[in-house]
Structure formats: C-alpha cells, structure tokens
Design a protein around this ligand. Structure first.
Ligand code: BJW
Ligand code: ZN
Length: 287
C-alpha cells in the first residue's frame, strides 16, 4: 500500500444499522482487508471504547457524568470560579474509573499495537484503560516490555489521575481520594503550596504541542485511520481522521451511533467496540 494510499474499492462507503458482528459480514470483511493490508494504522479512540468497562461517556442519552456537561466543568473558567465543585466532579470520576477494568476492545487494540510496528494508538481518554490493557498483555508474558513502550498510547487530553500545580506547573500522579469538604481541604502543591488541578486538557486550553505533533504525524502517514467510540465533536482530535483522508488514506469507524465522521468513513460499523474489535483486529496481516 506504499504507492496508492487509498486501496481499491475504498471510495465506496459501506454502512450498516445492525449491531452484531455476524450481521455485517461484508463491512467487517472490507474493514479487515483494509486494516490487514496497511503498513501504517492510526487507531483513534474516544470515551465509547471504555463504555463497556463501565466508564460513562460524555455525551448522548447514556452519556452524562452526573448532571454536568463537560463544556460546563471541563474549563479553566469553571475551575477558577469554583475549584471545589470541579474537584468534586473529578474525585467522583477518579473513584468510579479507578474501579474499572479494560474490556475486550482495549485488549484487542493492545494486541494490535504490540504486534504491528506500524500501528499507533491516539486516545482522547483520560481513564488509563489502554495503558492497563498493555501492562496486562505484557505481564501475561506474551510480549516484551520493550515492545510495550513503542505501543504506549499518545494521550491527547492528559490523565484523570494526574495533577498539575496552578503555581509552578509541577506534575504528579495521584490515585488517592480527594478531600472536597471545602476549598481549604483541596490538594495543594508540595513545592509551592499553590492549588493543584487535574492534569487534563480543558476546553479553550492548548494541547501539549509535542503530543499533538506526534498525533498529526501519525494521522498524516496512516493508510487507515480506525476511529473507535468518539462523537468526533471535539477538536483537534476530531480533525485527525480528516488529515489521514487528505493525505490519501481511508477512515474506518466503529461506533454504536452515527457521527459527523460517518459520512467521511469508507466503512462504518455500527456496534459496541468490545464486541466488534476482537473480530475486526484478530486476523494476521496479509503480506
Ligand atoms: C460507543 C460505545 C460503545 C458509546 N462502542 N462506541 C475547531 C472547530 C470548532 C471548535 C474548535 C476547533 N478547534 C478547537 C475548538 C475548540 C474546542 C472544541 O473542540 N469545541 C467543540 C466542542 C466545538 N477545543 C478545544 O478547546 C481544545 N483545545 C484547543 O483546540 O486549543 C486551541 C484552541 C482553543 C480555543 C479555540 C480554538 C483553538 C481542547 C479540547 C479539550 C477536551 N477536553 C475534554 C475533557 C478532558 C478531561 C476530562 O475528561 O475531564 O475531553 S471534553 C471531553 O470530550 C473529553 C473527551 O476526550 C472529549 C471527546 O469526547 P468523546 O471521547 O468523543 O466522548 P463522547 O461522549 O462525546 O462520545 C462517545 C461516543 O462513543 C459516542 O459517539 C457514542 O455513540 C459512542 N459509544 N458506547 C462504541 N460500546
Ligand atoms: Zn507548585
């Protein structure tokens, strides 16, 4: 696939309403062929990939984190106005996500990135479940630690378990419960005593330029961008599949619902990632 980035037959879009893998054999075969014949694959994931692990998504009918929309609490302005409320939201999320386990989709993606040198994972998720799936695949003894470092996800939006100082930018990882009793009890920096904040990217904040650059490079060089479980509403993440397409590659989507990317995708598979991905990613590459 070096010369023609867009494989034969790729222009014709296929879509299905059927949720079960067995009921969409043509779309699955088409997507499998594209993935297996590509040297470079970008997998872009969103909250939907963790839904079957019990992590709530952000948007949609089942997708509310409590009564708040991310646009209301995931902003620097919200933190400045009411840091206790924002920490409370993150504290609840840490507790819930901390109890979740990777599902079959995380495991299938971990295997793909460990086995295929040209496969790169970019995630919008802050839940750490891709990393956990990788660790578990390696500790099972099937893969080496060195292959795991190359398979580590590019994390666009930070980590739920990371904190960053609002004064000196000092970063730490912290899985302890947060005391949100009052503003004075909120976590403070061990170096300068300023308020700590969750080390995530909020609306209106720039993504880390180095991280974004790595993701853009992966998108521009991918022959296939496999987009899993994202509403594709939040940029710049949602623009990455468009970069793949502009560079001559194709987009394959797996989602329970249609998204703005469905029209752009050459194959759109409608169903839960935990059921679809183990089948989609199970076949060895054709060489
Ligand atoms: C399943 C499933 C199953 C369910 N299987 N599927 C260009 C155009 C317009 C606006 C902008 C633009 N460029 C930048 C902006 C502004 C803004 C933006 O995008 N706004 C739009 C909302 C309009 N972007 C930013 O501000 C970004 N910064 C930036 O660009 O800086 C420069 C700049 C600033 C200002 C202006 C211009 C430039 C930063 C974005 C940071 C996003 N942060 C959050 C919070 C992270 C921390 C936290 O978790 O608390 O990231 S918001 C939230 O949304 C989180 C997610 O990563 C992100 C995406 O959500 P995701 O993953 O798609 O989840 P859902 O819930 O939306 O969708 C789930 C999907 O799964 C659904 O489709 C389901 O159907 C599906 N599903 N079960 C498969 N089992
Ligand atoms: Zn500090």
């Amino acid at each position: 696939m070096e010369e023609a980035r867009q494989p034969e037959g790729a222009q014709q879009r296929e879509e299905t309403q059927q949720p079960e893998e067995a009921q969409q054999p043509e779309e699955m075969d088409h997507a499998r062929r594209l993935i297996n014949s590509a040297d470079r694959i970008l997998i872009l994931t969103g909250a939907g990939v963790s839904a079957e692990s019990g992590v709530p998504t952000f948007r949609g009918s089942d997708g509310l984190w409590g009564k708040y929309r991310p646009e209301e609490l995931a902003t620097p302005e919200a933190f400045q106005a009411d840091p206790r409320l924002v920490w409370e939201w993150y504290g609840v999320r840490r507790e819930r996500v901390g109890a979740c386990r990777p599902n079959a989709a995380h495991e299938a993606i971990a295997r793909l990135t460990l086995e295929r040198e040209g496969a790169r994972l970019v995630t919008q998720n802050v839940d750490g479940l891709h990393e956990l799936a990788l660790e578990e695949a390696v500790s099972n003894g099937a893969y080496s630690r060195s292959s795991a470092s190359g398979a580590a996800p590019i994390r666009l939006h930070g980590s739920l378990f990371g904190t960053r100082c609002t004064g000196c930018d000092y970063r730490t990882m912290d899985r302890h419960p947060v005391d949100v009793e009052n503003e004075a009890s909120l976590p403070r920096c061990g170096k300068c005593a300023a308020l700590l904040r969750p080390d995530v990217v909020w609306f209106g904040e720039q993504l880390d330029p180095g991280i974004l650059q790595s993701a853009v490079e992966a998108a521009e060089t991918a022959e296939v961008c496999l987009v899993v479980g994202t509403s594709a509403l939040v940029h710049p993440a949602a623009s990455l599949p468009l970069l793949t397409r502009e560079s001559g590659g194709v987009v394959v989507e797996v989602n329970t619902e249609p998204t703005p990317l469905t029209e752009v995708a050459v194959v759109s598979i409608r169903g839960p990632a935990g059921q679809i991905l183990p089948h989609l990613l199970s076949v060895e590459p054709e060489r």
